[in-house]
Design a protein around this ligand. Structure first.
Ligand SMILES: *Cc1c(COP(=O)(O)O)cnc(C)c1O
Length: 390
């Protein structure tokens, strides 16, 4: 529709009904009416396009998907009941027994469980490669490798994969590249422009951005989406129209929210870097980040997540969390409210200690998802907790 992200995010909207509403209404209906027997037949035969049943399609889901496709610059898409439904179906729909997945080592905890505990039941194998080690990627490709699955920046260590490099790597070897883009959102990073075949999202995070719903999406190449849609329609991980409606509304403010999340996160990271009680800080747009140049190349902003280690290791890290007065202690991220977690004992507790260290999750690491409160209040909160945890 428009050349600019913000205008698409605001203006893409379900066709107005006879009620002349300005804002998209909620289409809370499980099914849709056929004009006559012939139309019903033609719809089921796929000869004409139209709504039949909300597990297949719904105007609110279609609006959300159309918007996300425009923002991610992808051909096609599907809204799913959660981010994990999107992660799972994006791979499951394209794999068969005997196939192999190559993945970046630091994937989301539940994605790790899919790869290590669920896929093996179907004799689908995987290999992990470390972000910085080219030889692990090259040696990781087997004759039966079908998919490369990555997250960048990684959670919570914020390591960055070169999207251009991995895009070319996959193209040369005819592998399907899937990128989980939930940390960045399409406002900050568009993997399809670097060669990703599919992009998956947890809508639960920054897309909603207000901590209200669980949702997800798979976006990408039309031929792959056809297969994914077939499996989704039959197995039912469809998103509720209510949640589609909420997220589509949230996308209207995505650009300004990501700007402010990133501005606040940058200021917090800069403050922490100078603080004598801090061992180190990780943030993609800090000059001290080992991949600062790469971050600048493929990301528009640094994003809303800052990770750091407080001097004094695990004990101090936990004391720091307990000394926080109003940051929310919750595993979620991408909320208007600042949240703080201790990954080693929560989101990444399923990993073994040595597996955690390999992906940069030191025992004392704290991850903060910086919210939209005033930056002075955010810094004052961290400051008093650093003092209080001494
Ligand atoms: C949260 C998250 C998911 C899973 O999303 P849900 O909506 O919780 O199912 C997947 N990937 C990443 C990177 C996440 O942060």
């Amino acid at each position: 529709m428009f050349e600019n992200f913000e205008s698409d995010a605001v203006r893409i909207q379900t066709e107005r009904t006879a009620q002349r509403e300005h804002s998209t209404p909620l289409f809370m209906t499980s099914s849709f009416i056929f004009d006559d027997a012939e139309q019903a037949r033609a719809l089921f035969a796929d000869e004409i396009q139209g709504n039949i049943y909300t597990r297949f399609s719904n105007p609110n889901n279609d609006e959300l998907v159309e918007k996300l496709c425009r923002l991610e610059k992808t051909e096609d898409g599907l809204a799913t009941a959660s981010g994990m439904a999107a992660v799972f179906i994006s791979m499951f729909a394209l794999l068969k027994t005997g196939d192999h997945v190559l993945a970046s080592r630091s994937v989301f905890g539940s994605t790790h469980q899919v790869l290590t505990q669920i896929f093996p039941r179907f004799n689908i194998d995987h290999t992990y490669a470390d972000i910085g080690k080219v030889e692990e990627w090259e040696n990781g490709v087997k004759p039966n490798t079908k998919i490369v699955f990555i997250e960048t920046p990684s959670n919570p260590a914020l390591d960055i994969i070169d999207l251009k490099w991995i895009g070319e790597f996959c193209k040369k070897r005819n592998l399907i590249l899937i990128v989980d883009n939930c940390f960045c959102t399409p406002y900050i990073q568009r993997p399809s422009e670097w060669g990703a075949d599919l992009v998956v999202h947890s809508g639960t995070k920054f897309l909603d951005g207000q901590g209200r719903v669980i949702a997800g999406a798979v976006l990408g190449r039309k031929d792959l989406m056809k297969e994914i849609r077939f499996i989704a329609r039959a197995t039912g991980p469809s998103l509720s129209p209510m949640n589609s409606w909420i997220i589509s509304k949230s996308l209207e403010t995505l650009a300004i929210r990501m700007e402010r999340h990133s501005e606040n996160a940058t200021k917090l990271a800069e403050y922490l870097e100078k603080h004598p009680e801090i061992e180190f800080v990780r943030y993609p747009f800090l000059k001290s980040h080992p991949q600062y140049e790469l971050a600048k190349k493929q990301m528009k902003l640094g994003g809303g997540v800052v990770s750091f280690v407080v001097k004094g290791g695990l004990d101090r890290g936990r004391k720091f969390l307990d000394a926080l007065k109003w940051f929310s202690l919750t595993a979620n991220l991408g909320d208007s409210r600042t949240t703080a977690t201790h990954p080693a004992s929560t989101t990444h507790s399923k990993l073994k200690e040595e597996e955690r260290v390999v992906v940069g999750i030191l025992p004392g690491l704290i991850r903060v998802s910086v919210g939209l409160e005033h930056i002075d209040d955010i810094i004052a909160e961290v400051d008093q907790a650093l003092l209080g945890s001494k």
